[in-house]
Design a protein around this ligand. Sequence first.
Ligand code: XIL
Length: 375
Amino acid sequence: MPSSKWRSLAVVCAVASAAASVLIATPAHADGTLRGHAVERGKFIGAAIATTPLANETAYRNIASTEFNQITAENAMKWESTEPNDNQYTFTGADQIVNFATQNNQQVHGHTLVWHSQTPGWVQGLNATNMRAAMNEHIATVVGRYANNATVVSWDVVNEVFDDNGNMRQSFWFNTLGQSYIADAFRAARAADPNARLCINDYNVEGINAKSTAMFNLVQSLRAQNVPVDCVGFQGHLAIQFGFPNDIQQNMQRFANLGVQVRVTELDVRMQTPRTAAKDTTQAQYYTNVINACNAVTACAGVTIWGFTDKYSWVPDTFSGEGFALIYDNNYAVKPAYTAVHNALDGGTPTNDTTPPTTPGTPTASAITSTGATL
Ligand code: XIL
């Protein structure tokens, strides 16, 4: 019954639990890797990985391979990286990530197929007919490339479809195609890989608020139409000056109750510079809280951190005057946030997600115009 992808997960778990069983002899909380403890929990612990340090730095490779059992390409699978020109694909970086993961018994979460950002201008300028065709073709090619690769188990099919108020983002996708692009993207991904876990991903949806409720309503409505949405990704770009979303577990659980898997996909916890010991302590508590929430929700598959070393975090480049968001410092030394993640994963009762992936639904019409429709 399980597909090759779910079998591969079992292999990863078996290998890692063999390693983990060695750890049982050591005192609780004393040592062991993040991935060893995550496997004991039935969760994954992941990191976003950048191709340049992966190629150039031994220290980066060592931590990426030993501490994590799941990897997301930070940029290498985005449209501008994989199809910079129409129908000219480059998979160098994507394959580098996937091969590294395969060598280290890790899963890859594909990120991301349809997004308003990091998508080339040639896509943005297409008319509706051509844009829909380009989207379907891009998804078929990128997902199809890894459909029989047991390492790649899931995809962010659409990313950030809402604006900050919870309205549909007025992106070039929405403005050209209308909301139907979302259902079409999921159907194309399911057609390209019947076994992949298909996610919708966004930020500022960790707690219960207008945006996460809009996401909830969309997921509920898509599933009612047999659109194969399997998973909701909460990015988790948090900042200590904004407070912690204390209802994160409750929010995850309401999505789980819809029958979807949930996961934290891009966790980081930034602070305003300068870094201080007190801010490190607050940051560590945020990491603890997120891991605890995922531990407490059976349908939460795991947590991916958006990088692991402050040396390569996107935060200082994006949020002026902020930084130090990750669990290792610039010199690859562990921070209190590392210990927080470690201890939150260590011990406790396993809560494996058993949410089944959706099967291809009954075809439903979308993109209905006066002259045609998409099934
Ligand atoms: C970021 C990367 O970390 C940067 O290197 C890049 O320059 C811009 O994108 N939400 C997402 C991620 O879904 O893809 C983004 O990653 C961070 C916000």
